[in-house]
Design a protein around this ligand. Structure first.
Ligand SMILES: [Zn+2]
Length: 470
């Protein structure tokens, strides 16, 4: 794209809330279940079925709004958004129109020149539609997703590059996931984003005609769709053409966007207040209680861990991959004399840490860190023990004794072992005595190998030296 244009992007992000049941009925919220096994007259819109609002969905929506520094509306209401599409059996979606539950928030993201503030216009609560699967024999409809609670987060047109969009989505996903409000999996559709993109002459403050890009189901696809679409719009403008507001899809195979339909306007949806649901009325006390339940955000925890324990960035990031991991680390760190060893040990397998609940008790994690810190066991043994505890939680001190994993630090035993190693490698011993001291490392290596890494390296070295100097 030539530099005469400036890219202007606003985002609409949909996030499925991780409540146990749907927004307006008691059907379970699931992913990957047998199609059409979690639906009822309410979520499929049968005549006479009456919705009842799930309080947990309201709580999660407001917690998300608080994480994004939004103003919370103590009075809001649900509206009907009327449109027909095969994945929406009711032919309307229960959403929020002119009284959203949260407004006026912001999120700071890293950008080229330090931190940049992205303004959030609104966050509202709505329900998801069903899922269509297109096959060569026709289209399949799964209603399990109908009525799953969603939040839609709408930003101001504050982004100027694909990198800023990616940074925002990462920050948003981390905050929402850490607070346990959603798993935010783009590949499973629990986080979806639509990109509104237009170009304008550099320096202008008027907005151009925008295209809304839909169905971007990974960060990488979003970045590629933005790059393609900006280039396409620039080419149209350069050729003297005109752009019009439209909805465009993205083809993952070709990396191109394609026109789907002219952009609907808000009037097209004939919004009106949902007659089957009362307004949502909250007290300040309730909102304050929900706010107090929010965890400290991961970025601030990382800064605290690095400061307190002298951790590097990778280790701090691994420990804050989930709230469960960070909480487990903090609890165990308070019980061990070696919190830094504990951090390194836990962070040695980031994938395992990210899998939800930590199956090892804080006391056992702390005991393991103590064993490693006191050098009763080596770092390799500590990692093996951690894997063992992950499979079956137990006291690591007992496991060390039972499995004979403790470090060999008995001087007499090491001296006997050193004698064996020297006897088995007479040439190396000769070379050492002739001044080639580098072979000492190889001899220490032999001692480690014979003890499966349990020989204390410092004491092994001393034992070898005392024998070699005779
Ligand atoms: Zn239902």
């Amino acid at each position: 794209m030539s530099t005469q244009y400036e890219m202007v992007i606003g985002l609409e992000t949909h996030i499925e809330l991780r409540t146990e049941t749907k927004a307006f009925c008691s059907c379970a919220v699931t992913f990957g279940a047998e199609p059409n096994t979690h639906c009822c007259p309410v979520c499929t819109g049968m005549p006479g079925a009456i919705p009842v609002l799930n309080e947990r969905a309201v709580e999660y929506a407001i917690k998300a709004g608080l994480l994004l520094h939004c103003r919370v509306s103590l009075w809001s209401r649900m509206d009907r958004k009327n449109y027909y599409y095969p994945d929406l059996p009711k032919a309307y979606q229960i959403s929020q129109y002119d009284h959203p539950i949260c407004t006026d928030g912001w999120l700071d993201i890293p950008s080229g020149e330090g931190m940049k503030r992205i303004r959030i216009e609104r966050l509202h609560l709505e329900e998801d539609a069903g899922k269509l699967t297109h096959t060569e024999h026709g289209t399949l409809l799964d209603c399990n997703r109908c009525g799953v609670p969603l939040i839609e987060i709408v930003t101001k047109p504050d982004f100027r590059s694909a990198d800023e969009v990616t940074a925002y989505l990462q920050e948003l996903r981390e905050r929402i996931r850490f607070a346990g409000l959603s798993d935010c999996k783009m590949n499973e559709g629990s986080l979806r984003c639509d990109v509104n993109l237009s170009l304008r002459p550099a320096g202008s403050d008027r907005l151009g005609e925008r295209a809304e890009l839909k169905n971007l189901n990974s960060f990488q696809f979003a970045a590629r769709a933005i790059a393609f679409e900006a280039g396409r719009q620039a080419a149209v403008l350069d050729a003297g053409g005109t752009l019009f507001a439209e909805t465009r899809g993205f083809d993952e195979r070709t990396g191109e966007t394609f026109s789907m339909r002219p952009k609907e306007t808000q009037e097209d949806y004939r919004f009106f207040p949902e007659p089957d649901l009362p307004p949502i009325v909250l007290t300040e006390e309730t909102v304050a209680r929900w706010e107090s339940e929010l965890p400290e955000p991961p970025a601030s925890r990382r800064a605290r861990y690095r400061e307190a324990f002298g951790l590097n960035r990778e280790t701090a990031e691994a420990l804050t991959v989930s709230r469960e991991a960070a909480d487990a680390f903090e609890e165990a760190a308070g019980l061990t004399r070696y919190p830094r060893q504990l951090a390194t040990l836990l962070a040695s397998d980031p994938a395992r840490l990210s899998q939800g609940a930590i199956p090892v008790s804080a006391a056992h994690l702390a005991a393991l860190a103590d064993l490693a810190g006191e050098k009763t066991i080596g770092s390799g043994t500590a990692r093996e023990l951690l894997s063992l505890l992950w499979r079956e939680d137990q006291d690591p001190r007992e496991a060390v004794v039972r499995l004979g994993l403790g470090k060999l630090s008995d001087p007499a035993a090491l001296r006997a072992l050193a004698r064996e190693v020297i006897a088995g490698n007479p040439r190396m011993a000769e070379e050492y005595r002739a001044g080639k001291t580098a072979v000492l490392q190889a001899l220490i290596g032999q001692m480690m190998r014979r003890t499966q890494g349990r020989a204390d390296p410092g004491l092994s070295r001393e034992a070898l030296l005392s024998l070699l100097s005779i």
